[in-house]
Design a protein around this ligand. Structure first.
Ligand code: 4AD
Ligand code: MG
Length: 463
């Protein structure tokens, strides 16, 4: 007999201070124990980490169904009563159980500890595992916190295009977007004629919404974007995904210092929000993923963020006496091992590294007076390394054109960007926070594949 009462979320039921009659809970069975006198079901509906203990007479018809096993979906109606069992306040005394979707013993997520590697291979089912339920709730909460942070500060949320003809970072990592027939593309002098393509030019998926974000900042003052970005970089690491989400604020009338201050406030806000609003899930990560996680986050919420220029960082690395795999020299990119040494061992906390050599950074970063470095900043944090990358932007038309020439960035495709410096330009700055890196940092998870529901990485676009 179908149950007609509206569903209650298990999270709400478990938070009650009074018993409740006429309850209907729906969810997925974690375990079933069929005793002679009484049967127990552990029911989880994803609304919170905890499951609801269901206590039932073994005579209830659904319990005889072999499909009512771990993984089955059921609706249970009954009464919420105080539980005599230790460790739980409430249990649901069932008067009826409806089997909505059976699951037999072939269900791949039987109740036991599974490795993260195994769970990745069943990403279609892993949202039902505790770790991933907790992660995806955390992810949702932090997305909300992001919007709240910027809204409270009067930033305007803008949507920048996903399909674009410009490679903002200049790293040539655009995924191609085309409707041309790969077998027989139209040719012009032996080369593909992109004018024949859908957009009448060569297009790809965006690597960053920044350039368009700047145009909006130069009209609306303070803006931010929050969207998916795509990079066809063939780096199969635990910190790189081909599809990831980025939050990119951009402020008019701002310099690098303002940029660092905003980044610091933002990260602190997100960590504090997680501590305040995602307590149960963080306790789980603290126990199962990274012992000491909560203490680390609480420390961050109060910590001073350190700052050091790239040149100082290189000196520190040279003087460290450490045998790094990659050599350190002024002008070379900081590798992950260098970043982690600086943030984990030198300052033991979040660290802004500023004023990188111009050669290492994108064309749009503001050239410093030394003409060798740019007003760039990377925020490095323990365990994760770079979590934020940003800069003050080159607002001077002549210097920008010079920099584009040096970097080999064609003016032709970016005439509109140059126009923003031609008319009504002003100092402005912004950054990008990698949302998955943030989640790794806040949950303690070590692989980017485990903080996004369906990861896209080289060789893998399943699910
Ligand atoms: O340092 P990036 O490349 O900076 C930009 O894209 C600028 N346009 C941002 C801006 O100033 N508006 O990327 C910013 C952040 C990195 O610090 C990192 O957290 C994340 O994006 N990120 C990635 N996250 C996951 N997978 C990848 N492949 C990533 N590449 C960058
Ligand atoms: Mg970067």
């Amino acid at each position: 007999m179908p149950i007609a009462i509206p569903r209650s979320r298990i999270r709400d039921l478990l938070a009650r201070s009074e018993p409740l009659a006429g309850v209907c809970a729906k969810g997925w069975v974690r375990t079933v124990r069929r005793g002679k006198e009484v049967a127990f079901l552990e029911l989880n509906d994803g609304s919170c980490l905890a499951s609801l203990q269901v206590v039932a007479e073994p005579s209830l018809a659904a319990l005889a169904d072999p499909g009512l096993g771990t993984g089955a979906c059921v609706g249970v109606s009954g009464e919420l009563v105080p539980s005599p069992a230790a460790g739980q306040r409430w249990e649901l005394r069932a008067s009826a159980i409806e089997l909505l979707g059976g699951a037999d013993e072939t269900y791949p997520l039987q109740k036991k500890r599974h490795t993260l590697e195994y769970l990745r291979s069943i990403a279609h089912l892993r949202p039902r595992a505790n770790t991933f339920g907790a992660l995806f709730r955390l992810r949702s909460a932090l997305a909300f916190a992001t919007h709240r942070f910027y809204r409270e500060r009067g930033f305007v949320y803008v949507h920048t295009p996903i399909i674009t003809a410009s490679d903002c970072e200049g790293a040539g990592e655009l995924f191609r977007v085309t409707t041309l027939d790969p077998q027989q593309p139209p040719l012009e002098k032996g080369k593909v004629d992109w004018r024949e393509d859908f957009f009448a030019e060569k297009t790809g998926l965006t690597v960053s919404g920044q350039l368009e974000g700047e145009l909006c900042a130069l009209a609306l003052g303070d803006i931010y974007t929050f969207g998916p970005t795509f990079r066809a970089e063939n780096s199969n690491t635990s910190r790189h995904a081909a599809e990831f989400w980025m939050i990119e604020p951009e402020m008019a009338f701002a310099d690098l210092q303002d940029d660092c201050r905003l980044a610091e406030d933002f990260l602190r806000y997100l960590v504090t929000f997680a501590l305040d609003e995602c307590g149960d899930d963080l306790v789980f990560f603290n126990e199962r993923v990274e012992p000491g996680l909560i203490a680390r986050l609480e420390a961050l919420a109060k910590a001073e963020f350190s700052t050091m220029t790239y040149s100082e960082a290189v000196t520190r690395l040279e003087q460290s006496g450490k045998a790094f795999q990659f050599p350190v020299a002024w002008g070379g990119d900081l590798q992950s091992e260098h970043e982690r040494y600086l943030t984990e061992e030198v300052v033991k906390g979040p660290l802004f590294v500023t004023d990188y050599p111009a050669d290492l950074k994108a064309f749009y970063m503001r050239l410093n007076d030394d003409r060798k470095t740019v007003a760039a900043m990377d925020l490095l944090v323990p365990r994760v390394g770079e979590i934020i990358g940003g800069s003050q932007r080159e607002e001077r038309l002549d210097v920008l054109r010079e920099r584009m020439a040096v970097k080999g960035v064609a003016e032709e495709g970016l005439w509109w960007y140059l126009d923003s410096r031609r008319w009504g330009s002003c100092p402005h700055a912004g950054f990008g926070l990698g949302f998955e890196r943030l989640l790794m940092y806040i949950s303690g998870m070590e692989n980017i594949r485990d903080v996004i529901p369906f990861p896209r990485t080289p060789g893998s676009a399943k699910f």
